[in-house]
Design a protein around this ligand. Sequence first.
Ligand SMILES: *Cc1c(COP(=O)(O)O)cnc(C)c1O
Ligand code: SF4
Length: 340
Amino acid sequence: MKNTTPIIPVSEPECQVKSWKNLLKNAITTTDALLAAVDLQANQLGYEITEDSGFSLRVPQPYIDKIKSGDPLDPLLLQVLTQKQELEEVTGYNRDPLQENNNQTPGLLHKYQGRVLLILASACAVNCRYCFRRHFPYQDQMASGDQLSQSLQYIAADTSISEVILSGGDPLMVSDRALVSLFDRLDAIPHLKRVRIHSRLPVVIPQRLTPTFVDRLSSSRLTTSMVLHINHANEIDKLLIEHLAPLRLAGIQLLNQSVLLKQVNDNLPTLKALSESLFDAGILPYYLHLLDKVAGAAHFDVSTQQAVALIQSLREQLPGYLIPRLAVEEAGKPSKTVIA
Ligand SMILES: *Cc1c(COP(=O)(O)O)cnc(C)c1O
Ligand code: SF4
C-alpha cells in the first residue's frame, strides 16, 4: 500500500470497555422512558403497567433497538416492561422456587454431579420480568474476593468436578480484568476440563463480547462453551451476529437456552423461527425451559401439556439438531428434568 501515513494507534480494548459499560450505565430504567423509546403511550397498551414492581425495570439501548415501535404486544417488549400483573399473588408461585437460597459456600452451587455453578455477579444488564431470581438475595451470593477464593479452593479440592459454569446474575457483568484473572485460576486446576458461561448480556449489549474477553476464552486450556439466553428470533440481529463471529472462529461452542413464555414464544412459527435463526447465527438450541414458578411471573406461564405438544410439532418440522430439550428445574433433583 502506498499510503503509509502513520495511524495513531487507538487503544481498542479501552474504547470497547467504554462502549459496553456506557451502554450498561445508560440503560433505561423507567416505564416512561421505555414507552417513549418504542413510540407508545400507556393508554395504547391494553394492559396496565407499574413503576413499583419490587424488581426494577432495566433495559439497555441495543435491546430496545430490536423492539418494534408502536406494538404493545412486541415479544421483546413484553419481556422487559413491568406489568401490574406482576403484583398479583398467585397460588403455587413463590419467591424461591428452586430453593437455591441455602447453599453452603456462598457464591457456589454444587447441585449436579461433576458440575458447579459459580455465581460471579450480583446483577444483570437487563431485568427480565420472568426471572426466577427476581427475589434472590444477590448481595449474599456474590463470588468476589475471599468468597471467590473459597469457591476455587472448594473446586480444587474436589476432583469429581470437571466443569465450572459461570453464572449469576450475569457473569459477564464483571470486568474483563476479573474474568482474565479467573480464567488464569481455573486453568491452573488440573482436574477441570471444561468451562461454560451462561449469559444473556451479549443479547442485550453485543459489544460486551470484547476482543480481550474472546482472546482469553480462546487461549484457555479448558474446552469453553457459551450458553446464550435467547427467547425470540427478533433478539438475533446483525450486531449480535457480528459480535459472535470471533467466538465461532475461536472454536467456542455456542448453545442457547430459552424460557417458554406466554405471548412471547408459545407458538410453533415463533419456536421454529427461533431455532432456525439460532442455527444461522452459529448457535445450537440446547434447552427450552418451562417457567420457574416465581412470584410475579405467573402471567408468562405455559402449561406442560401445551409445551409438550409444541415440541412434538416442532419435531415434525425441523431436523433433530434444531430441537431444544424441553426441561424443567425441580428442587432437590440431581439434574434438570427433560420432559420432551
Ligand atoms: C442447569 C444447572 C446446571 C447445568 O446443567 P446442565 O444440564 O449441565 O446444563 C448445573 N448446576 C445448576 C445448579 C443448574 O441449575
Ligand atoms: S438475564 Fe437471566 S438472571 Fe438476569 S434478569 Fe434476565 S433471566 Fe434473570
